[in-house]
Unconditional design. Structure first.
Length: 320
């Protein structure tokens, strides 16, 4: 399999596990096509044509797309965050004789960094599934998306991609497509185990190798609001959708009957919002949760003979 084909497979796998209805995902693509078709020939030069087939603005090929269509993907290095340091690490490992065909990041970088707040809109459908009226989720989400956009606009977003270019290493990132995998996986586990107490949720998480590994590194799943004996009520996972939800969303989730939320991480303001509406909070862990989603993508690659080794926060565990 070529490197670019592996990238496309990752995105397509994430699309199959998107928490939104299929027609909503297709609507994102159709809107992009309409926007493209309405442009003049001069304007089309600046259009992000990948959005015509890829609904995740936080997943992009940062450098080397053209050569990646001709190069085989046999061994890739994937890290949660790839900076100039990790690119130099990859180059050093290659000097020492290791095969690295491409470097993969999880978090948005390069051309996926600035537009990534757009993927947050998928949270409107996610929370609607959990019982919050769609008009409410949409009203709450737009201001939060603006806040995130303003925060990322000042970043030096292309540093790692520039390093990849100078070193000649193909470089891309897979964010929401991988987060969709852990979202679907944990939703299925919640349905299967039907946890009654918060301790049951922690035990469920601790059955997975990613959380066992993180616990050995002093980063276990933690009950932040509630205690081991607290009854869960309705349990939901919040693992995808770009970044954290609006604080006000938790009050609406409580009104909809949600008793416990599991998330990779929460800002203090969101935790306080959950306390006020008596919602239990379990932090599963950022690197461990990201690793779970990444591993599920890597399992698909592994079926095609692609080996992946972890760096920068990602640890590889195969479920094949």
């Amino acid at each position: 399999m070529k490197i670019y084909d592996a990238y496309r497979l990752a995105i397509e796998t994430g699309m199959k596990n998107d928490p939104r209805p299929k027609e909503e995902v297709e609507l994102v693509l159709s809107k992009a096509k309409k926007a493209y078709d309405a442009l003049s020939s001069d304007e089309k030069e600046y259009f992000d044509t990948e959005s015509l087939w890829n609904p995740y603005y936080d997943c992009r090929f940062a450098w080397g797309e053209d050569i990646a269509k001709d190069l085989d993907a046999e061994r890739l290095m994937w890290g949660v965050d790839i900076t100039v340091g990790e690119m130099l690490l990859a180059d050093r490992l290659k000097e020492k004789g290791q095969r690295i065909d491409a470097v993969v990041a999880h978090h948005p970088t390069g051309k996926s960094r600035n537009p990534f707040p757009k993927v947050m809109w998928m949270q409107t459908d996610m929370f609607s599934r959990y019982g919050v009226p769609i008009n409410v989720t949409e009203a709450l989400m737009k201001p939060r998306m603006d806040d995130v956009l303003y925060n990322v606009m000042g970043s030096n977003f292309n540093q790692a991609a520039d390093s990849a270019r100078l070193l000649g290493i193909p470089f891309f990132n897979v964010h929401s497509a991988a987060d969709n995998m852990v979202q679907r996986y944990l939703e299925t586990r919640i349905e299967e185990t039907e946890p009654k107490y918060l301790d049951d949720v922690v035990k469920m998480l601790m059955e997975e190798p990613e959380f066992k590994h993180a616990t050995k590194l002093n980063d276990p799943p933690r009950i932040i609001v509630g205690n081991k004996e607290s009854r869960c009520g309705k349990v939901i996972a919040k693992m995808t959708g770009g970044t954290s939800a609006p604080d006000a969303m938790y009050e609406e989730l409580a009104k909809a009957g949600v008793g416990t939320v599991i998330g990779m991480h929460f800002p203090n303001s969101s935790i306080e919002a959950c306390r006020k509406c008596h919602m239990n909070v379990i932090v599963s862990g950022h690197m461990s949760s990201d690793s779970l989603g990444i591993n599920l993508i890597c399992d698909e690659w592994e079926k095609h003979g692609i080996e992946v080794f972890g760096a920068a926060g990602f640890t590889r565990f195969s479920r094949n």
